[in-house]
Design a protein around this ligand. Structure first.
Ligand code: HEC
Ligand code: HEC
Length: 255
């Protein structure tokens, strides 16, 4: 007796599903017309299609940093973000998205993404009353001082010399450093990776925030550990890189 209603649910279910699929009978619903890719101006769609693979769904982080990090968004300005999204970060996997740089997004779309990041994920006042290091380095770092700062602020988690420790992975090895820019390192040191439990500039040593200069010096020390040709002993680009950064375009400009 009690089995009959139970079975009847299964008898009716396929019919319900079928009828749900057959309505509205091939007619496009209102608003379902396809939009040309360069006409998409919805933040969620643009972010999901272009950024989520590396920066995580909803900006929560993935292979690369979480963008939904209010401390990050309080320290960086919109122009800097727009510029990175438009032009990418050379020698890292951060792509250039602007049409002018070979990407597929219009300037308007990049504006939607940039301003959307700040309006959705920023939090006003989050670093009020603190004295954060500047987003971009103001001085040249000193690697020797940086090594000392590393011992003080980083080694507890990343191990002495950054070879990896109980709480943090190896960050001074050439294959990691080859894939991250100096600004990328600076950003992580200042803003942390809260999504992975990495502290921001205030939290490495409780009660002792890093100074702007200490951040700059730590990055200089990490950068000094880069080798010329990680995994590619004879790559020509690795030989010329250093000279160019000190005398940008000197040959071309001499004439
Ligand atoms: C293929 C992976 C990949 C994709 C896709 C990607 N990013 Fe990135 N992004 C990176 C990496 C790696 C970095 C760090 C680069 C570095 O070392 O400076 C980065 C850095 C950034 C930064 C700069 C962080 C800083 O240091 O200030 C921003 C902003 C950013 N990405 C935004 C975006 C947005 C917005 C999108 C989508 C339109 C996007 N990214 C798509 C990999 C990616
Ligand atoms: C309280 C522990 C702790 C301290 C102190 C700490 N970190 Fe981290 N750090 C982490 C954790 C956890 C992660 C995320 C997991 C990982 O990649 O190791 C991380 C990630 C990183 C990353 C990104 C690694 C990657 O694979 O993307 C860098 C770079 C980094 N830390 C640099 C530093 C530097 C430089 C210092 C000192 C100024 C420092 N950290 C201090 C815990 C710490």
């Amino acid at each position: 007796m009690s089995r009959i209603p139970y079975l009847s649910v299964f008898a009716v279910l396929p019919l319900v599903l079928l009828s749900a699929c057959s309505i509205p009978n091939g007619q496009p619903q209102k608003g379902s017309e396809p939009v040309a890719p360069n006409q998409v101006v919805d933040f969620g769609t643009l972010y999901a299609q272009n950024c989520a693979a590396c920066h995580g769904a909803e900006g929560r982080g993935g292979a690369s940093i979480a963008l939904a990090n209010p401390v990050y968004l309080a320290i960086v300005d919109e122009n800097a973000v727009h510029n990175v999204v438009a032009n990418g970060v050379r020698e890292t996997s951060m792509p250039a998205f602007a049409e002018s740089a070979g990407g597929l997004l219009t300037d308007e779309q990049i504006n939607v993404i940039t301003s959307g990041m700040f309006s959705r994920w920023g939090r006003k006042g989050i670093i009020d009353g603190t004295n954060p290091p500047s987003y971009a380095a103001k001085t040249t770092g000193d690697a020797t001082r940086g090594e000392i700062a590393f011992g003080k602020y980083c080694a507890s988690c990343h191990g002495s010399e950054g070879h990896g420790g109980s709480k943090g992975s190896a960050i001074s090895n050439d294959s990691f450093l080859a894939l991250v820019s100096d600004q990328g390192l600076r950003t992580i040191v200042i803003t942390g990776r809260p999504e992975l439990g990495a502290p921001d500039w205030r939290g490495n040593v409780p009660g002792k925030a890093m100074s702007d200069q200490e951040v700059t010096d730590v990055v200089a020390w990490l950068a000094s550990r880069r080798v010329q040709s990680p995994g590619q002993p004879y790559s020509a680009s690795n030989y010329t890189e250093h000279d160019h950064s000190e005398h940008p375009h000197s040959e071309q400009m001499e004439k």
